[in-house]
Design a binder for this molecule. Structure first.
Ligand SMILES: Cc1ncc(COP(=O)(O)O)c(C=O)c1O
Length: 450
């Protein structure tokens, strides 16, 4: 029988990050400032260290990973690639199914792959404090851990609905020394404005980003760290796909289709971009981003310049968006409740080089439970989106008899999401289609450019 776990040794941890721009047919659309002109990189220095700003627009295909960062990666990398023999049997599919498990990291997801280098570059630049936002708590935990490793103070603005839903994510961040606040807060102009309009605001990633950016911009000792969306974050995550390619080589196989949950696009970019290099060189592989029907950014959003946060503090990025003032329904995949998407992922989708599907919440939990009962691991609700899309394809192939090799990113475990599973078992979760009227209305509120 073929191996179940395909493992690499620590000296096979990638030495470089892969820059997908080198293989994109068209240059990325530049971020724009308030005057509608491309942003001057210096303008970002109030909140980011220069090394990360440079990684927003790298010219080289490969960028060296600092040795200190690779040393820390040894704690959990390389992550295992699994062949899902038991899921294949349970489904009775002729397909082979593989998954890469990022839940082996201390914080439980892929997010630590970028929090560690981000904290390291900030430390090198003499920064003492980091602010950030978190939705599901996965990113907040990851930056709390990375801050602790390099002696940086961390303040996390946690979207209020998640703060209430996930008390143990909060404890985890506090264990690693971070301060956690329920956003919106009264500490920032952005938070106070929202609370004046709606004192019971559940918060959103867009609002929490505004709060964290505002604080970082107002203090010279403090920078801001973002867990997804930006080019440097996707760049850092490309170690996932690079490892996977080596593991597929070891297994003597290659995927026909790759699925990843897509919030801001970082785990999707991380797993898909290194395979995109093969696709650009003529190899056939389909790359599928999976999102919730309640936050259908790629599948139903507008491709336009928009802000990354709700108050309009960030540069304008050309991306698929539901509108920067989008306040999403309280679905349990908190990490997928973002109004926008990575500019790189958006452009590749717009140019039809990658694909996207949206899946309703109940189907994702059904898939996650089916996966857990076959393979053992309890997935994060975000990861369940990729599992659902992969199982759908495996079942379609059962009808047609196609023998595809399917591969998904199991971006995190769900050990802190059991309240969501409880609600699923109690029949309290609902499907939600984001209304077409709200998507149309957002179009009129998009910033005017040019
Ligand atoms: C486990 C997990 N998967 C996926 C995501 C989605 O984010 P991204 O699209 O940046 O990978 C998140 C975000 O918090 C997450 O925690």
């Amino acid at each position: 029988m073929a191996e179940t776990k395909i493992l690499l040794s620590e000296n096979e941890i990638p030495t470089h990050w892969y820059n997908v721009v080198a293989d994109m047919p068209n240059p990325p659309a530049p971020p724009l400032g308030p005057d509608g002109k491309p942003v001057n990189p210096e303008a970002l220095m109030a909140i980011f260290p220069m090394a990360l700003i440079e990684q927003e627009v790298p010219a080289e295909r490969w960028i060296k990973i600092p040795d200190e960062v690779r040393e820390i990666f040894r704690l959990w990398r390389p992550s295992p690639l699994f062949r899902a023999h038991r899921l294949e049997q349970a489904l009775g599919t002729p397909c082979k199914i593989y998954y890469k498990y990022e839940g082996v990291s201390p914080a439980g997801s892929h997010k630590v792959n970028t929090s560690v280098p981000q904290a390291w570059y900030n430390k090198q630049a003499g920064i003492k404090r980091l602010t950030t936002e978190t939705g599901a708590g996965q990113w907040g935990s990851s930056i709390a851990l990375a801050g602790q490793m390099f002696g940086l103070e961390v303040r996390v603005y946690m979207v209020k609905v998640s703060y209430d839903q996930k008390p143990f994510r909060r404890s985890m961040m506090q264990t690693w020394g971070a301060e956690v606040l329920a956003s919106p807060t009264h500490l920032t102009n952005a938070g106070r404005t929202i609370l004046a309009q709606d004192p019971n605001s559940p918060g959103s990633l867009g609002i929490a980003i505004s709060e964290a950016v505002e604080e970082a911009a107002s203090r010279p000792d403090t920078n801001y760290a973002l867990g997804s969306v930006l080019n440097h974050v996707l760049l850092h995550q490309t170690i996932i796909g690079q490892e996977a390619k080596k593991q597929f080589e070891k297994a003597g196989d290659y995927p026909d289709m790759i699925f990843a949950p897509c919030g801001g696009g970082s785990n999707f970019g991380g797993i898909a971009f290194p395979f995109f290099a093969d696709k650009a060189a003529g190899k056939s592989v389909r790359l599928v981003a999976v999102e919730p029907t309640s936050c259908p950014t790629l599948t139903r959003g507008h491709y336009a310049y928009d802000f990354g946060d709700s108050s309009g503090y960030t540069p304008l990025m050309k991306m698929y968006t539901l509108g920067h003032d989008f306040v999403p329904p309280g679905i349990h995949a908190g990490g997928l409740r973002y109004h926008g998407d990575s500019a790189l992922v958006s452009q590749l989708y717009h140019e039809k080089l990658i694909e996207a599907v949206a899946v309703p919440q109940l189907a994702t939990f059904r898939a996650g439970v089916q996966f857990a009962r076959a393979e053992g691991i309890i997935p994060a609700p975000e990861s369940n989106h990729a599992i659902a899309a992969c199982i759908d394809e495996a079942m379609r192939c059962k009808q047609t008899g196609e023998k595809k090799t399917l591969f998904f990113n199991l971006s995190g475990h769900g050990h802190f999401d059991m309240a969501a599973y409880d609600r699923f078992f109690a029949g309290q979760l609902e499907d939600y289609e984001y209304p077409a009227a709200a998507i149309d209305a957002a179009l009129h509120r998009l910033p005017k450019v040019g």
